[in-house]
Design a protein around this ligand. Sequence first.
Ligand code: MTE
Length: 306
Amino acid sequence: MLIRNPDSILGSEITPESVYQSRRQFMTAGALGLASLGLPFGASASLQQDDEITPENIVTQYNNFYEFGTGKEDPAAYAHEMTIDPWSVEVSGAANKTGTFAFEDIIKGLDVEERVYRFRCVEAWSMVVPWMGIPLKDILAQFEPMGNAKFVEFKTLYRPDEMRGQKGFFSSIDWPYLEGLRMDEANHPLSLMVTGLYGKDLPNQNGAPWRLMVPWKYGFKSIKSIVSIRFTEREPINTWKQLQASEYGFYANVNPAVSHPRWSQASERRLPSSLFNVNRRPTLPFNGYADEVAHLYAGMDLRKYY
Ligand code: MTE
């Protein structure tokens, strides 16, 4: 069972009443908002008892989006400089339908769902976020991938005039930001193309107008502000692997048993976290989605394919 009605999310005994109440209000507002748009309201995939939704201001103000700088607060400060309308997407490679498409035309007619997912960064912090989006498989199917499409590669916008981090002389990233998935990962029902959060449009700093969300993988796989989708027979390179292959791999499945060379991945700081309440908890294999996704990696040595 992948999808669960948000009403069945259990509140933690330690949740302050005010936080719990505002969460219920959000849920109600979200349900009303989506219902009035005629959209299905659903989807909290296998949340644990103590998975409280992270406050919205943390999710939208504590970001990684290196195109706008390396500081956690840089994306919220500068991402408004990125123009997201019009937005077009180039589709290429092993598919029957390729070419340049307007973003609106790609998502037209597809249902937007709400999915509350745990989100775990390779830096060992985590959040619980109510994303809104379209199953990635529904997006990709429109382009009719061919049998030899074994992987799909995604690219972020490259526009140094609007993305100040791309201009940086000291930037070690070879822009544009690149990511990829195996086709069976991309077609897994948990993989989501996100277009919103907390019942609203996706803010620029979170990857507007659309970004990937693959909840069993480290956050760097969830590439933002996508302008290119390419179907390919070979495993594509991804930015973090390109930068430091001994530290970041292609698969990047959340795995408490395989440490980053410079820090342990056995536990994580669930935000909000402070000096006095670090809010540390054990990291779960595949970020807690093992029942749904572990079969994708049967027989693979996850120490080698990290
Ligand atoms: N996508 C692009 N284009 N550029 C980035 O720097 N950072 C990644 C990922 N997607 C990144 C990106 C990393 S490391 C993380 S943890 C998540 O985005 C952060 O997403 P958030 O800011 O919405 O929490």
